[in-house]
Unconditional design. Structure first.
Lengths: 567, 353
């Protein structure tokens, strides 16, 4: 590839990349699946906006590359990219006319092509419209590119918030409709499936005004807070904390049954994420068999409490310490063999351990003790003095308590001597050892702590579901948790929360996503590593480290030191 | 003397070696008990061994991709299992078309060669783009970063193919010419297993000759030896890395068709288990070492097919065949612990394994 020639007409390569992505998005069925949900009633659906956002983004990238060469070039690049993308989609539509693609691509349905040509009866009219849309996309992208930065930010934020509100209808409606005046607002915003046109316009204006106000006044507010005397700033922080706690306490009552269920799942992932964060984020030991400890916690709880097997008949609180203890023990036992391994070897070995444990649990050989493929049922609920944690709204508090406990412990650990030792090991094992850190003890403590947290959440998971199956503990769970902490930001505890909300909470809310969850996870992992390896809410030191020494994002290979290649 | 031994042994070493000793005793005890009981006749053992050879040669072919990429980039290409899956899954539609049109019956050789070519091309293209998009921008990044990208790419590819072709199992058409078996005295070999073994052996020999004899192969080896020196010698390092991925992808595509012939179905998730097994094989043989990967693959295939009956039956374990994956994974862990350099000890693994 010759860099000069691609620079001269950035519209062409970007258009080809974008066209390929759009064709792929259509063929894997995302467009059609997302078409069920309207963002703005009768105007635009989620599937259409998926295509539109991608197209505008790509055209914007193309236009952005021509910036500084005059308006004509910018618009030219944008329109070229837009036309190429529309052209590739048109070719797809025409190809469908020629041969029956459905035999191979199961999602290439007539409904998809109808969507692509804007539901037009006449094929050529539809294709004309599609090409026109491509040109308009390019124009919009060029315009966006030439706007002053502040105005662009306001515009994009407002558009995105309209899209997000439209997407989260299922979450917003049940919350708003509980109170009289808000219920009216809800009816105004969401008359049916999706936002109303007037609601969308209103929302756009309100968010645009707010963003604009913040971009002019935000700096001043921040400096005012900074300038406050430490005492009142402390008070402000305390007040914010109190409000946060209050919100968390009343959340399940506000959210209702379904959303509380989602919150419990998110909470479990936060618990797991905080545990894995100690192993991967703090100590830098990539553990892909983390689900094993989750399984051990769940199964210990099940064996000790379930009357089905008939060995024990304990209650939740008696079994909990033992579940955590077995988790910690397993962490140490599995930790010893892998002490000397590093990096990818460690990842593969732990992956192997996780799979071995799952296969053993699944086997007929251990069936009398572990229940085999049928699992163990009838696990009792936890209770305190007659109050039973049975419904999701009640289990939420159990999980919240667990999260607070684990969050507090890992926060205190992070700044302790042990936490610093973990980070030293993460940065460089050999140097850490030379500094007098006991590698064996440090690593084992990391494995054990992480395993203990995982077992705790496993125990809660068992009582939440009331039964455990080996199929709940496959390697996907380990990968999901890893995604949560990486997307959130490795080593950062708020990052774990953000990651869990984004990766676990959102797909639960957007049911259409369920089928594409792992696809989005995979793409998010790759994109994250390429563009923002420090995560959404990075830990301060890690961000500095990734941006100072090793320029990953977008640095061309030629610019790197040759010595770096050999790492 | 005793003092010196005690100084050199750490408590963790003692724990490790005792675990190893216990496992070894269990394996020996189990094997002896099985053989004494005599549940399986010589016929059974021969069947197990041939099945193991066939399966092992597929692992060996996939393991090529892992080992070559590791040799060049020192990274585990986690998404290689998806490169493996993409080929036969795409070629399935052509195989099914040949079956419907009768070409598979009238010209089995031509149609199978076509299926192979399509599968290998698809896998090669996927491997090329995988390297270009997901790995090339990350040269010189911290070690964890490309590994995580690889995991992400693996899931992305799996679900892209699921979205494209659907989530069901597709039954690969049966080739009439490969049904039945040949027998020579006590030896009885299923035709398709023979084809798998022979085809895999030919491909491996071709691949080995390619890396040893051709100019391109020499350039590949030189890049995996020393990148800077190769660049100074006028070798385009980036192109060679691409080439490594593509050669590995072609091998995986061929292995995929063999896998489909043997197990007669394709699925979007079919790459995961063979991928991990092939990685195990690569580690077993000494990662970065091409003959090692061949040896490791065949060894793993044999252990997997003979192991459950030989080691576990004698210990009185019910349904030992369910634990065959556990045996493979245990082998992986044991090799990583006790001999991270693999059978054909490669010096690469010493560098920050």
């Amino acid at each position: 590839m010759n860099p000069v020639s691609t620079q001269r007409f950035p519209g062409i390569p970007m258009g080809l990349i974008g066209g390929g992505s759009l064709v792929l998005l259509s063929l894997i069925g995302m467009v059609e699946a997302f078409n069920q949900r309207e963002i703005i009633s009768d105007v635009i659906s989620m599937g259409q906006s998926l295509l539109l956002f991608t197209a505008v983004f790509i055209a914007y990238l193309a236009a952005n590359r021509s910036r500084g060469r005059g308006q004509g070039q910018v618009f030219g690049a944008g329109i070229t990219a837009g036309l190429i993308m529309a052209g590739m989609l048109s070719l797809l539509v025409l190809l469908d006319q020629a041969i029956n693609m459905r035999q191979v691509f199961i999602n290439a349905s007539p409904a998809l092509f109808q969507t692509l040509i804007f539901q037009q009866e006449e094929l050529w009219a539809g294709i004309g419209l599609l090409l026109l849309a491509g040109v308009l996309t390019g124009l919009a992208a060029g315009l966006l590119c030439l706007l002053p930065a502040q105005l662009r930010r306001v515009l994009i934020t407002a558009l995105c918030s309209v899209a997000i509100v439209g997407l989260l209808q299922d979450m917003i409606t049940p919350v708003l409709s509980k109170w009289g005046p808000l219920a009216e607002l809800n009816d105004l915003l969401f008359p049916g499936n999706g936002l109303s046109v007037s609601g969308a316009v209103g929302l756009f204006i309100v968010t645009a005004a707010l963003t604009a106000a913040w971009s002019f006044k935000g700096q001043a507010v921040q400096t005012r807070i900074q300038a406050m005397p430490p005492k009142s700033r402390h008070g402000l922080n305390l007040a914010a904390l109190l409000i946060g706690v209050l919100v968390l306490m009343v959340l399940p009552q506000v959210l209702g049954l379904f959303l509380s269920e989602v919150m419990t799942i998110v909470g479990l992932y936060i618990l797991l994420g905080l545990g894995l964060n100690i192993v991967v984020g703090f100590a830098g030991l990539l553990d892909l068999g983390y689900v094993a400890f989750f399984a051990i916690g769940s199964y210990t709880m099940a064996i000790l409490t379930s009357p089905e097997l008939g060995f024990f008949d304990w209650n939740f609180w008696e079994a909990l310490p033992l579940a955590i203890f077995f988790g910690v023990l397993a962490g140490v036992i599995l930790g010893v063999p892998v002490l000397k391994m590093r990096g990818d070897y460690l990842a593969i070995a732990t992956l192997g351990f996780g799979e071995i444990i799952r296969i053993m649990v699944l086997s007929d050989f251990l069936r009398p003790w572990l229940g085999g493929a049928q699992g163990i049922g009838k696990i009792p609920k936890a209770d305190i003095a007659g109050f039973e944690f049975a419904t999701p709204q009640e289990i939420y508090y159990l999980i919240l308590a667990g999260c607070v406990l684990v969050g507090f412990i890992s926060w205190r650990l992070r700044d302790s001597r042990l936490g610093r030792a973990w980070m030293a090991v993460r940065e460089d094992e050999d140097v850490a050892q030379a500094m007098g850190i006991n590698l064996v003890a440090t690593k084992l403590l990391a494995f054990a702590t992480g395993a203990g947290f995982s077992a705790l959440s496993g125990a809660i998971f068992a009582t939440k579901l009331g039964s455990v199956y080996p199929h709940s503990f496959n390697v996907m769970i380990s990968i999901n948790i890893l995604c949560v902490i990486i997307v959130g930001g490795m080593g950062s505890m708020p990052g774990v929360t953000v990651g869990a909300l984004a990766l676990v909470g959102l797909p639960e809310l957007l049911r259409e996503f369920a089928e594409y969850r792992l696809l989005v996870y995979g793409a998010a992992l790759v994109a994250m590593m390429l563009l923002k390896p420090e995560g959404l809410w990075p830990e301060a030191t890690r961000q500095r480290e990734l941006h100072e020494v090793e320029g990953i994002a977008g640095v061309p290979i030629a610019a790197e030191e040759p010595a770096e290649l050999n790492r | 003397m005793l003092q010196r031994i005690r100084e050199r042994l750490s408590p963790t070493d003692i724990v490790m070696w005792s675990i190893g000793a216990v496992l070894l005793i269990m394996i020996i005890w189990g094997s002896v008990a099985t053989l004494v009981k005599g549940v399986y006749s010589a016929h059974h053992w021969i069947d197990f061994i041939i099945f193991g050879l066939a399966q092992g040669s597929i692992y060996a072919l996939i393991a090529m991709g892992y080992t070559m990429v590791y040799g060049v980039l020192r990274m585990i290409n986690f998404a290689h299992s998806e490169v493996f899956m993409s080929g036969p899954y795409t070629a399935y539609y052509f195989a099914a078309y040949f079956y419907r049109s009768g070409l598979l019956e009238s010209h089995p050789v031509i149609s199978m060669v076509l299926v192979f070519i399509i599968s290998m091309t698809t896998s090669t293209v996927i491997a090329y783009f995988l390297e270009l998009i997901a790995y090339r921008p990350l040269r010189g990044a911290p070690r964890l970063v490309p590994l995580i990208t690889a995991i992400g790419a693996s899931f992305f590819l799996q679900y892209v193919f699921r979205g494209l072709y659907g989530s069901g199992f597709q039954a690969y058409p049966v080739v009439k010419a490969l049904e039945g078996h040949w027998s020579a005295g006590p030896l009885r070999i299923l035709k398709y297993q023979a084809l798998v073994i022979v085809a895999a052996a030919l491909l491996m020999v071709a691949l080995y000759q390619f890396t040893q004899r051709t100019r391109l192969g020499k350039a590949l080896r030189s890049v995996s030896e020393d990148k800077e020196a190769s660049a100074l010698m006028g070798i385009d390092v980036d192109r060679m890395i691409s080439m490594t991925f593509m050669v590995g992808g072609a091998a995986a595509g061929a292995a995929g068709v063999l896998y489909a012939i043997m197990f007669k179905q394709v699925h979007f998730f079919m790459g995961f288990i063979p991928g991990i097994k092939a990685f195990t094989a690569a580690v077993l043989g000494g990662i970065g070492n091409i003959p090692g990967a061949m040896l490791g693959g065949i060894f793993l295939g044999l252990v997997e097919s003979v192991g459950p009956s030989l080691f576990l039956d004698g210990l009185g374990i019910v349904a030992p065949y369910q634990l065959k994956d556990a045996i493979a994974f245990s082998m992986l862990v044991l090799v990583l612990i006790f001999r991270p350099t693999g059978i054909l000890g490669e010096r690469l693994a010493v560098k920050k394994a």
